[in-house]
Write a protein that binds this ligand. Structure first.
Ligand SMILES: C[S@@+](CC[C@H](N)C(=O)[O-])C[C@H]1O[C@@H](n2cnc3c(N)ncnc32)[C@H](O)[C@@H]1O
Length: 203
């Protein structure tokens, strides 16, 4: 049997294609966090939070429900449409993690879950996150251990979405190089292997 053929897509066109089906993966995605954000949710009331690569709002919705003022940013307008149908009070912005359309020092927290896997150079996003965070603000990033992007079946055939593997030490170093202090680092494991790195840093 030969390798299955799949067409390579950018994040924007790829997630636009999968948006309507994306929520079927919710519990699978949750399993990479194993409830790690539940304590965070008790501390966000009144905070101004940017969810970068928010997708269909898996975390934006929880943050908004916990009393945060949430802005959801994503390159895929179709993903944001699904989010908006679920909660009209979350501000949504079509934009790029590497060029955030916000002034300096306006957010208390920036989150990016399952996003840097799609960035060739996460450093550009970290620079931007640092710029828009208030002093003392927090950045929460997850880094999935994914060496080969999955093949996704869509109505236009099989696709893969442009993805990059990042070594955890490299991510840690990139954050430290930008004077972002590591407050917490957790490795979610399955059968003894890390599957997701969750890092919380403070500006
Ligand atoms: C795997 S989904 C994660 C969605 C959501 N954060 C979650 O945890 O369920 C990745 C999301 O990142 C978005 N994305 C990828 N590259 C991006 C970029 N450069 N700027 C903004 N969003 C991006 C995709 O469109 C997609 O919605």
């Amino acid at each position: 049997m030969g390798k299955r053929k799949a067409k390579l897509h950018s994040s924007k066109s790829g997630y636009n294609l999968v948006a309507k089906e994306y929520d079927k993966k919710e519990s699978y995605l949750n399993s990479f966090e194993q409830g790690n954000f539940s304590s965070l949710l008790t501390t966000v009331r009144g905070q101004k939070i940017l969810d970068v690569g928010a997708g269909t709002g898996r975390l934006s919705l929880l943050l908004a429900r916990a009393g945060a003022s949430v802005t959801a940013l994503d390159v895929s307008e179709e993903m944001l449409k699904v989010l908006n149908r679920k909660n009209k009070n979350i501000a949504s912005v079509i934009g790029d993690a590497e060029n955030l359309p916000f002034p300096d020092m306006v957010f208390d927290m920036v989150m990016a879950t399952f996003v840097i896997v799609h960035l060739k150079d996460p450093g550009r996003f970290f620079d931007e996150a640092r710029r828009i965070l208030k002093e003392g603000g927090k950045l929460i990033v997850t880094n999935i251990n994914q060496k080969d992007p999955p093949i996704i079946e869509t109505k236009e055939g099989n696709i893969v979405i442009d993805s990059y593997y990042h070594r955890p030490e490299k991510i840690r170093q990139m954050l430290e190089d930008r004077a972002l202090a590591i407050e917490d680092e957790t490795f979610i494991k399955e059968k003894g292997l890390w599957i997701n790195q969750i890092i919380i840093v403070k500006k």
